[in-house]
Design a protein around this ligand. Sequence first.
Ligand code: FES
Length: 111
Amino acid sequence: MDFEKTVARTTLVEGGKIVVEVGGHSILLCRLQGEVLAVQNRCTHAGSRLESGLVEEGSIRCPLHGVRFDLRSGKCLNVRLGCAPLRCFTTRETGEYIEVEVEVEVAERQP
Ligand code: FES
């Protein structure tokens, strides 16, 4: 696992969200209370992309059927449906950029 540079820190304002493609993953970044949270950009219910979902109270609501997921834990908040959690990614802000920790393809590591 390595941290990969994504977008400039200033690109993601408080309450905002943006999709980045990193290491073959489509990842949704959200800034909540100053913290950058990162989850897979694919709903575990039926595969809809989450980027146009509503962010509310630390969760994202899937735009297709409305399932909510906690953005910190990835946990599905609709107990009745019991969808699998979203995968969460570790982030950090270094210098001007937001970085996300992902697996790096072996081919990318070779000089
Ligand atoms: S695809 Fe997301 S709630 Fe159904």
